[in-house]
Design a protein around this ligand. Structure first.
Ligand code: AMP
Length: 288
């Protein structure tokens, strides 16, 4: 597996593969890779004969008081993990390569409404930064397919709509969330949890599951479900930002005819901001 730090380098490699008739999959990440990321690589390898993984901690998606500086950077370990997982190339561009005129002066990309609700409300500018870097990565790498985790379901929707709106010829694939045995969604930020916090962290997943059970049982008082979960999280020591039951397709307020609902939450536990979600099909009761 070769590592490329320049756009010209990865482009030349991808162009060679495509000239040989090989489809190329891209897995965008911020590094500090865990089994959830490796599962994305496994999926990518099923979707295309060549897989490129990108690692770039993108400053434009962090707020001024967020953890851009502290975000774990572990390039050598990540390289070893990707080699073992069978990735074909790593694209790890420098800040200067991505934002040569500086991030402040770079062209912005915004998907309206969806970027301003839920995580976008609590992290102003976050999804504008995500849309910007993912649009750039698509143009830099020019993959046929790109693979994203459903753990970040709002991000997945922002990326899908951005690629559609800008007519970028890339297929977007979503991959189910990889969890620890107690249900906690794997995340690089779980490293911020103390052992005592880690012991209660799966309460977030348990409240999502309990809410799905109430929906399956026929309850439609969404506000009551949200309130119960928020109170349980606060009682367990979380600082909840939001806990919502919404329409899965577009995160709108659910109506009586909506068959697929998402239960989506963000909550702080100590220094870690945890997010998670579950989608349920009300007709079959199945998780999607
Ligand atoms: P990140 O490095 O946190 O920006 O994540 C890179 C990609 O990995 C995103 O598409 C995430 O949704 C995905 N991802 C992160 N955690 C998980 C997980 N536990 N299971 C599946 N995908 C994940």
């Amino acid at each position: 597996m070769q590592t490329f730090h320049s756009v010209a380098g990865i482009r030349t490699q991808v162009a060679r593969w495509r000239a040989a008739g090989e489809r190329v999959a891209l897995v965008p990440t911020m590094g500090n890779l865990h089994p959830g990321h490796i599962d994305l690589v496994d999926h990518a390898r099923e979707l295309a004969p060549r897989t490129v993984v990108s690692i770039f901690v993108n400053p434009t998606q962090f707020g001024p008081r967020e953890d851009f500086g502290a975000y774990p950077r572990t390039l050598e370990e990540d390289q070893a993990r990707l080699r073992a997982a069978g990735a074909d190339a790593l694209f790890a561009p420098t800040l200067e390569e991505v934002y040569p005129r500086g991030a402040e002066q770079a062209t912005r990309v915004e998907v309206p409404r969806i970027s301003d609700i839920l995580c976008g409300h609590f992290r102003p500018g976050h999804f504008q930064g995500v849309a910007q870097i993912v649009a750039k990565l698509f143009n830099m790498v020019q993959p046929d397919v790109a693979v994203f985790g459903e753990k970040d379901r709002q991000q997945l929707t922002v990326v899908r709509w951005m690629a559609e709106d800008l007519n970028i010829p890339v297929q977007i694939a979503g991959v189910p969330t990889i969890r620890d045995p107690d249900g906690l969604a794997m995340s690089s930020r779980n490293a911020y949890l103390t052992p005592a916090e880690r012991a209660v962290a799966a309460t977030l997943y348990r409240m999502l599951s309990a809410s799905v059970d109430r929906l399956r049982a026929g309850e439609r008082d969404y506000a009551a479900i949200e309130r119960a979960a928020t109170e349980a999280l606060a009682a367990a020591g979380f600082r909840p930002e939001y806990f919502r039951v919404l329409r899965a397709a577009d995160f709108g307020e659910p109506g009586p005819s909506d068959g697929k609902l998402v239960v989506v939450a963000a909550a702080w536990l100590g220094r870690a901001r945890l997010i998670d979600n579950l989608v349920v099909d009300l007709e079959t009761g199945r998780l999607l």
